[in-house]
Design a protein around this ligand. Structure first.
Ligand code: ADP
Ligand code: MG
Length: 346
């Protein structure tokens, strides 16, 4: 076998598909993210996430959203099918839905066994569609409530190389927990429940109260240590609200600083730095507070498409925004007597 190492070859479509699937679906948490986003886009008021063995064996996300007809669900599992975007001009005008690429169900289906049970709101009959490795196995009528339940079993059963990269059950569970927490905090008006191996991890009330949501997720100790932001310092942001913890209610990781820009979760060093600086020397080294922050950023001052999968953002007027966040949090901590004096500026 003397094959030219430098020869340029065209990959066969099945290989291309699997590579693409790997970018959307890296681990159970990425499946959960896509399914929860679909449920939110479907106007759900209640979303239940059940996982077994960290999601490696089974993931089920059920919602009471708009549901799908038989015809719609058959289409939904195909590639590039979406009800959310019609053309490029829709995209340029800005999309309000969390999804729009029309690839999640297709790619999840390609690397797992998938069963979707769904009934449209006001519809007469429900449908169950089952798929294995991307091939439709059956489409049958089903007695089910309005809404959609998507069940994913045996993730990566047909891509063993990827399956090998899954971590321990507890690590995969942590990732899922982080994702569900992120969406539950962002949507206090939606009732979320997370179950692992048949046990409830948390459930929120869905009453629209952020503080109650924090209590449901982080527990009484943490919720007691958190105070609301009431006054916002001057700066480029149109608004800012949320909760921050006292300097003693901390963890060794910055995961518990959750930032939402115009309603979307984002990862941003700018905000993390601003939060930490607001506490100044009153935060122990390598400790991070809890914070849930909603930033109302003028669209021209933020680029959320830096990397859609990583949810990173880039701010225009970055320094001014960082200072505004820092001053706002510092003011909040001072007002509540949680720090003694203004922290030295760094
Ligand atoms: P996208 O979310 O980018 O449109 P998906 O592959 O995630 O792509 O979903 C494809 C389509 O399937 C969606 O556009 C929507 O019409 C439908 N769909 C998926 N999940 C749900 C759900 N939970 N409830 C109702 N419709 C859904
Ligand atoms: Mg989607």
């Amino acid at each position: 076998m003397s094959r030219n190492e430098n020869e340029i070859r065209t990959l066969d479509p099945a290989t291309v598909d699997k590579i693409a699937a790997g970018e959307v679906v890296e681990r159970p948490a990425s499946v959960v993210k896509e399914l929860v986003e679909n449920a939110l886009d479907a106007d759900a008021a209640e979303i239940t996430v059940e996982i077994d063995a960290g999601g490696i064996e089974r993931i089920r996300v059920a919602d009471d959203g708009v549901g799908m007809s038989e015809e719609a669900v058959r289409k939904a599992v195909q590639q590039h099918t979406t009800s959310k975007l019609r053309s490029l001009s829709d995209l340029e005008r800005g999309v309000s839905t969390l999804g729009f690429r029309g690839e999640a169900l297709y790619t999840i289906g390609a690397v797992s066994r998938l069963a979707i049970t769904t009934k449209p709101r006001g519809g007469e009959t429900g449908t169950t569609l089952t798929l294995a490795g991307g091939e439709i196995e059956a489409v049958e009528p089903a007695g089910c409530p309005e809404g959609t339940a998507v069940e994913v079993t045996d993730l990566f059963y047909n891509t063993p190389a990827r399956k090998k990269y899954l971590k321990r059950e507890s690590t995969e569970f942590d990732h899922v927990n982080t994702i569900v927490t992120r969406y539950a905090l962002a949507n206090p008006g939606v009732r979320f429940a997370l179950e692992h191996n048949g046990r409830e991890v948390f459930s929120t009330t869905g009453q629209g109260d952020r503080q109650a949501t924090i209590l449901s997720i982080y527990g009484r100790e943490v919720a007691r240590g958190m105070v609301p932001i009431e006054e916002v310092a001057e700066g480029p942001l149109d608004g800012m609200s949320g909760y921050v913890s006292d300097p003693e209610t901390t963890r060794a990781s910055s995961t518990y600083i959750s930032t939402y820009v115009n309603g979307r979760y984002v990862r941003t060093n700018t905000v993390r730095t601003a939060v930490v600086d607001a506490y100044g020397t009153q935060l122990a080294p390598s400790r991070y507070p809890f914070a849930v922050l909603d930033l109302d950023v003028p669209p021209e001052s933020v680029d959320v498409n830096v990397h859609p999968r990583k949810m990173e953002v880039r701010f225009g007027e970055e320094t001014a925004i960082r200072e505004q966040i820092e001053e706002t949090i510092e003011g909040t901590l001072l007002d509540h007597g949680l720090i003694r004096t203004s922290a030295p500026r760094g």
